[in-house]
Design a protein around this ligand. Structure first.
Ligand SMILES: C[S@@+](CC[C@H](N)C(=O)[O-])C[C@H]1O[C@@H](n2cnc3c(N)ncnc32)[C@H](O)[C@@H]1O
Length: 186
């Protein structure tokens, strides 16, 4: 898998990116760039930073940026393991994350799919680190699955001081997908 081809999860989160993304946007784990492009098309969005760990994904997104549409000028790409290589003082109005959320089986390692032994580990790292990269009033748009352990993810959000609301639940054959909006209490 050179990069993650958009699936039902990407399409579901895209609906809320189109409705809610604003200001300076971070698309964490951009993959094909589907959510970065959706964000950049919105008039309320000023800039989009598209991050991924995978060179193939970043090469694909950079290639798309050669097009002529004006909204493409809002997008830049960067390789980073979550926030590791993002400047400490960079802040965002909107952080988008469609993470790898499946629990790892022994031997499974693909970074686009597996979020850790419980599925939720990468989400917890993101939520913990994102606190210092959100502008006042900023939001996180997060997708996860019933396979990720919903109760644990929601408990973690609250423990880290986020408020949240469920924007969508979509039932599939073997899982439910959830989209959450999170923000910090002021
Ligand atoms: C489920 S895919 C989502 C891709 C795209 N955003 C979408 O909605 O179709 C998860 C993406 O996160 C990237 N990723 C995984 N671990 C990461 C990490 N530690 N830091 C940055 N990106 C990561 C993967 O390479 C993959 O592109």
């Amino acid at each position: 898998m050179p990069f993650y081809e958009p699936q039902e999860d990407s399409e579901l989160l895209r609906i809320f990116v189109e409705k809610l993304a604003r200001g300076d946007v971070l698309d964490m784990g951009t993959g094909s760039g589907i959510l970065a492009f959706a964000a950049a098309k919105q008039d309320d969005v000023r800039s989009v930073l598209a991050i991924d760990l995978e060179d193939d994904a970043l090469a694909h997104v950079k290639n798309q940026l050669r097009g002529r549409h004006d909204f493409l000028k809002k997008i830049r790409t960067q390789k980073s393991d979550l926030f590791a290589d993002i400047s400490r003082d960079e802040r965002f109005d909107t952080i988008i994350f469609n993470p790898p959320y499946l629990p790892n089986e022994p031997g499974d390692a693909h970074p686009a799919l597996y979020g850790g032994p419980g599925g939720w580990e990468l989400i917890e790292r993101l939520l913990s680190d994102a606190k210092s990269h959100l502008k006042p009033g900023g939001i996180i748009l997060l997708l996860f699955s019933s396979l990720t352990n919903k109760e644990r993810v929601i408990q973690f959000m609250k423990r880290e001081g986020y408020q949240c609301r469920e924007l969508a639940m979509q039932a599939h054959f073997f899982e439910q997908l959830y989209v959450y909006e999170l923000w910090r209490s002021t």
